[in-house]
Write a protein that binds this ligand. Structure first.
Ligand code: PRX
Length: 664
């Protein structure tokens, strides 16, 4: 397999096209390009009328809205603002009294292979009971609850229970450090944490509660009153008297009925922290009405969901994909979904394929990085090749989180999809709430490596630095010109940063996605060329280079200066490469290896293991201009192992380039 970079090159000449078969197109909800174009035309003709119709048809409102879009305080757009609803009722109660109530909502497969099933009716009872436990501890509408949970039914229950009582959840991925948890508890002003004693991954029991204890011991979490601990394993964990309760203790005596609290459509359903181009993660705030509309609708549009589908999105609930396509979308749409606790390589790298066979999965949605690592594994060991499993239940495949290189696309199409399943390459972001540019399985002719066309009502475009459209074939900045219901509402506690990051003045009020893109000359298809800011995408996870730099220089006894850049990686898409100047002399050989390891572990403690730099190179200093600016583009070339062809005449210290180019 070639590197993503060379694959990006190959997309430029990509001319393979895979139109949906007649049978797939005929059976699909949005049938053929005519179906897609009709919806686009409807949105264009009457933008607000289009969204109002969809919001009425797809959600249950306790108080109908009378106004669709309020742009009076742009870019703080409001959708359906005088309407009221409850997100949990729209995911659970709506199915009660229908045939869906006894349908399996979740098929949970634990790390060790144990399978648990729960129906919609049972899930509603459990969500209600936990909602009552939260209420009994004084948690209510408008409070923030931090969730730090493994992939389990209980993780979904915790999120849904918050939504049920109008509390705003903030899920933190279980791989983030105590420091990251601490920062988020304080920024969100969380009153409660829902966590587990341990999580099981790849046969190992890993602590979660201990990380919460460490975070809270740091101090300053003045708003925090309660910690609820799900006992995932029998191993005991530390419990703080008066503050901590096990799930069993909290749920004891609580009723399994809890009326959902109606909230305004703009009520913050959740805050989800994500990386930006500064050191501090941004608390992306989402609404209830607009967000949920898009979660439900994209299940129907992008995945063409049918009543008998078995849907599986492999994302963790700690990321936006897990919010929209595990906790909210599938439930709002009444799907049966698979939730998997473990990792794709345990007990072997055939786990995904075996699970698809075992549970007769029909829609499978995963990240290119997972596909690439499983290709590698399958090529090395026929026993874990998808051909060993019966994948005939599959009907639609999806990809998310990063560009998928055409080689990986073709392998996925051929070996997983049996050349019969359309692949929806869904482009979106934490901020967009749900898919924005994606093929539709029964309509769009597919081109490997392209996310194809915007969904109806999404006014995506490619512009230059002044906000003017560029011609197809010319690259530029990806924007969305008009608001859409599931868009980010603000950055929690930082409305100014929201305006600056996403609606810069020079871009005519358009939403700035932060990605570069190009449209093909023939079809106008979008291809994402990567971030245009200092954000990396490592295994589909967003990491700010500044965040990692801040973590490195926080090791004040050792590090004087650090610069972090990305370089292409065959499996993870991008890899983190750090250039470090120590306070002592530049280490070489064994000493360099040992310090590099120390720094890697330090970053894991500061942010989380996903932020560990793959390469660490030491220099006497960093390449800087005479005005002291670090020349990152040169560092990017060095990280890639490329010869420096750029102009280096403005460099203060050109000799440093040779030194940094030497591998430690
Ligand atoms: O760079 C784009 C990339 O992931 C970024 C968003 O990351 P995050 O907010 O963590 O959300 C990931 C899951 C939606 C984008 O700015 N990205 C996401 N999907 C794609 C993609 N790049 C290319 N193709 C995609 N399908």
């Amino acid at each position: 397999m070639s590197s993503p970079n060379s694959s990006i090159e190959s997309v430029l000449v990509e001319n393979r096209v895979f139109p949906p078969s007649d049978a797939i197109a005929k059976a699909a909800r949005i049938s053929g390009m005519a179906g897609y174009e009709a919806l686009c035309a409807e949105a264009e003709k009457d933008f607000e009328g289009f969204w109002a119709r969809l919001a009425r048809e797809n959600l249950q409102w306790t108080k109908p809205f009378t106004r669709t879009l309020d742009e009076s305080n742009a870019p703080f757009f409001q959708w359906f603002a005088d309407g009221e609803l409850n997100a949990s009722a729209n995911c659970l109660d709506r199915h009660i009294g229908t045939p869906t109530e006894n349908k399996t909502a979740i098929i949970f497969e634990a790390d060790d292979g144990a399978v648990t099933r729960i129906t919609y009716k049972e899930l509603l009872a459990r969500v209600s009971q936990f909602a009552n436990a939260l209420k009994a501890h004084g948690v209510g509408k408008g409070d923030r609850v931090l969730i730090y949970m493994p992939m389990t039914i209980e993780g979904v229950i915790a999120m849904q229970a918050c939504a049920r009582i109008g509390a705003t959840h903030s899920v933190v991925f279980g791989g983030f450090s105590a420091k990251a948890v601490h920062e988020r508890v304080i920024d969100a002003g969380a009153v409660a944490i829902v966590t587990a004693n341990y999580q099981m991954r790849g046969g190992k029991e890993l602590p979660l509660k201990a990380i919460i204890d460490e975070a809270l011991a740091t101090g300053g979490c003045d708003t925090l009153r309660h910690v609820f601990v799900y006992e995932r394993t029998p191993t005991v964990c530390n419990m703080v008297e008066g503050r901590d309760k096990t799930f069993a203790q909290a749920l004891a005596g609580q009723s399994t009925e809890c009326p959902p609290v109606a909230v305004g459509a703009e009520h913050p359903l959740f805050i989800l922290y994500t990386s930006g181009s500064t050191g501090k993660p941004k608390g992306v705030q989402h609404s209830t009405g607009g967000y949920l509309l898009w979660a439900k609708l994209t299940m129907d549009w992008t995945f063409d969901l049918r009543p008998d589908d078995i849907f599986w999105c492999t994302a963790d609930i700690g990321w936006i994909t897990g919010h929209t396509y595990v906790t909210y979308g599938p439930l709002a749409a009444g799907a049966t979904q698979i939730i998997f606790e473990g990792i794709p390589t345990f007990p072997n790298a055939g786990r995904f394929w075996q699970m698809i066979e075992r549970h007769k999965c029909s829609i499978f949605y995963t990240a290119p990085t997972a596909i690439r690592s499983l290709i590698k594994a399958a090529e090395g060991d026929a026993a874990v090749h998808p051909a060993r499993s019966d994948l005939s239940s599959l009907r639609i495949l999806g990809s998310v989180g990063e560009p998928i290189n055409p080689e990986a696309w073709m392998w996925y199409y051929k070996h997983v999809g049996g050349e019969r399943c359309p692949i929806v390459d869904t482009f979106w972001q934490t901020e967009t709430g749900g898919h924005v540019i994606t093929p539709l399985p029964g309509a769009t002719p597919l081109v490997p490596g392209s996310c194809t066309l915007p969904l109806p009502g999404i006014t995506a475009a490619i512009v230059d630095e002044t906000g003017n459209d560029v011609a197809n074939g010319a690259g530029g900045i990806l924007v969305i010109k008009r608001p859409w219901p599931s868009m980010i509402r603000t950055i929690w506690n930082d409305p100014e940063r929201f305006k600056k990051s996403y609606f810069p003045e020079e871009l005519k009020g358009y939403y700035l996605a932060g990605d570069g893109a190009v449209r093909s000359a023939d079809r106008g298809y979008f291809r994402i060329t990567g971030r245009i800011d200092d954000v990396l995408n490592v295994s589909g996870h967003r990491m700010g280079t500044m965040e990692i730099e801040s973590a490195l220089v926080a090791k004040t006894d050792l590090v004087a200066e650090a610069a972090v850049v990305g370089r292409p990686d065959d499996v993870t898409g991008e890899a983190i490469c750090a250039f470090v100047v120590l306070k002592r002399s530049r280490p070489t050989g064994e000493e360099a290896k040992q310090i590099a390891n120390e720094l890697r572990n330090w970053v894991a403690k500061e942010i989380g293991p996903i932020a560990k730099p793959k390469d660490i190179r030491f220099g006497d200093n960093l390449p800087k201009t005479r005005s002291g600016k670090i020349m990152r583009r040169l560092l990017r070339s060095i990280a890639k192992g490329e010869a420096i062809t750029q102009d280096t005449s403005t460099l203060e210290n050109p000799a440093i380039l040779d030194q940094l180019a030497q591998t430690n």
